[in-house]
Design a protein around this ligand. Structure first.
Ligand SMILES: [Zn+2]
Length: 173
């Protein structure tokens, strides 16, 4: 009896970190990490695949395959997805997409995530940036309802969030 209870407790303890990870995985939402430096911006988006595509498995039909390829292409086109103020003269330097379930490496499970990272180099100083236009992102992903963001800038760290119909993410004001 005691041994069984101990085993159960152990099972609960090892399961705890998994539950924490699942709590962050919320359909309809996504997380964004933004690092602002003097002349560069790094963005990292972490979203449940469902928020971007409507399901969390590998594509099954030709139409689903096409939708998955379109999603990957949209994410790679960072300069279209993130409408940065033209005055900042930012150029996309790199874009990486990690979507195991859509790239052939996913293991079937209950949930799947998509991560994308973008690096922009900017001619103007961008460390005064206090807002980000979410319009193109929200238009590209109608299922995405809200975004939680963490911003790291020379002046400090900020938490920010936006929920439809809001189309602007603002921080540090
Ligand atoms: Zn999920």
């Amino acid at each position: 009896m005691h041994a069984a209870r101990l085993l159960m407790l152990l099972a609960l303890c090892t399961a705890a970190p998994l539950h924490a990870a699942e709590a962050a995985h919320q359909h309809g939402s996504a997380r964004l990490e933004l690092v602002v430096e003097a002349h560069s911006l790094s963005l990292a988006l972490d979203a449940p695949q469902d928020s971007l595509l409507g399901h969390e498995r590998a594509p099954r039909t030709a139409a689903e395959q096409q939708a998955a390829q379109a999603l990957l292409a949209t994410l790679k086109a960072g300069a279209t997805l993130w409408r940065l103020p033209p005055a900042l003269q930012c150029q996309l330097r790199s874009a990486e997409v990690d979507a195991p379930m859509l790239q052939g490496g996913g293991r079937p499970g209950e949930h799947a995530d998509v991560e994308a990272r973008w690096q922009f180099d900017c001619r103007a100083r961008v460390d005064g940036l206090r807002q980000l236009d979410l319009g193109p992102l929200l238009d590209a992903f109608p299922r995405l309802q809200q975004l939680q963001a963490q911003v790291a800038a020379p002046a400090g760290q900020y938490q920010a969030s936006a929920k439809r119909p809001q189309r602007l993410l603002a921080w540090g004001r």
